[in-house]
Design a protein around this ligand. Structure first.
Ligand code: ASP
Length: 341
């Protein structure tokens, strides 16, 4: 039987870091060193090739340009490989996974992001298992078709839909969770796939998006926030979209100044997407008095979307659609399985 072909894309992150001799800080190093640390890779019945960012980065340095580079690498190698594994720092992995879910349109092959909390060269590393199982998942097929043809994150025995995840722990090996969507697979003695929750497309052609709007921001509300602060955000020159992180099921202060700032933003064609600060659950505009004005003000409910998916969705939708109506309509739709309707 023909062995699957997998492309590893190394962007950086702890998985490939070493301790700087002098400063003792962790910094990324080259990909060959990772391969040398995992001799098991040679035993997997998969053809693995790799490509690396010229200069691997800590994921806190990731930029829109890097997402475009990843999308271009996948596009250029799409027909040659059965699946892709992206090695990436965990800090911003949920943002990258969310962005790629919108940028890789009509994806029909697995794109699995993984990394680790401890460098792969350390004895107790979580990187080996994460890497080996991600490769296995990217290569997994049933009846000649990939089992998980989505942008996913694999970390510490769980496979998640990428745009449903958040990094929830900076120390535990179980660093991610996906509170509003089931796991796509769990790895134990065998890998159990939850195929009922996987999205399958019939043979479509990959199309990549390389335009993202960078004039967007996140405004997190807190009790005591002042008009000056909100006004300053909405007056950022060129601003086109704001993810408004509200309380509970999408609630915010009902003070007149706040509602008038929202009204002014709407008049200035700034799109506002309402997302809850809670780690699980959904925005329901109008459930409480404290969100009842939002629908009239043209604020879009993000329902159960994560902040990571919301900001990248805004970048994608604002770059693609010009009229406010179209932008709001698209934000209300689930474009890549990022929200429950
Ligand atoms: N700071 C690292 C990064 O995101 C953390 C990690 O890799 O887990 O690149």
């Amino acid at each position: 039987m023909k062995q699957p072909n997998i492309l590893l894309i190394y962007t950086g992150g702890t998985i490939g870091m070493i301790e700087d001799y002098e400063s003792k800080a962790l910094r990324p190093f080259d990909f060959e060193s990772i391969e040398n640390q995992v001799p098991e890779l040679k035993k997997i019945e998969v053809n693995i090739e790799s490509i690396s960012f010229d200069k691997p980065i800590d994921s806190s340095d990731i930029r829109i340009e890097d997402w475009i580079e990843i999308a271009r690498i996948i596009e250029a190698n799409y027909s040659k490989y059965d699946g892709f594994v992206i090695l990436h720092g965990s800090d911003t992995m949920s943002y990258t996974a969310s962005a790629l879910s919108f940028m890789l349109k009509s994806l029909t092959k697995p794109v699995i992001l993984t990394g680790s909390q401890l460098p792969i060269g350390t004895i107790r590393t979580d990187g080996k298992e994460n890497l080996i199982t991600s490769i296995e998942i990217a290569a997994a097929q049933k009846d000649g078709k990939p089992i998980v043809p989505e942008v996913c994150i694999y970390f510490e025995f769980n496979l998640y839909r990428g745009n449903r995840t958040s990094k929830v722990n900076s120390e535990d090996f179980e660093a991610f969770n996906s509170f509003n969507y089931p796991f796509l697979a769990e790895a134990g003695v065998t890998i159990k796939y939850n195929t009922n929750s996987v999205h399958y497309r019939s043979n479509e052609r990959l199309e990549i998006v390389t335009q993202l709007e960078s004039n967007v921001t996140i405004l997190k509300l807190f009790p005591g926030i002042t008009q000056k602060m909100v006004e300053a955000i909405f007056n950022i020159p060129g601003l086109r979209g704001v993810v408004l992180e509200t309380f509970g099921s999408g609630n915010a202060t009902t003070q007149d100044w706040f509602l008038s700032e929202l009204k002014k933003a709407q008049d200035n064609e700034i799109v506002i997407l309402n997302v809850t600060q809670c780690i699980a659950g959904s925005v329901v505009q109008g459930k409480y008095d404290t969100s009842s004005k939002f629908n009239d003000l043209g604020i879009v409910s993000g329902k159960d979307i994560t902040t990571e998916a919301a900001i990248t969705k805004l970048m994608y939708v604002l770059a693609k659609y010009k009229s406010m109506e179209e932008v709001k309509l698209k934000l209300s739709e689930s474009l890549a399985g990022e929200m429950t309707l």
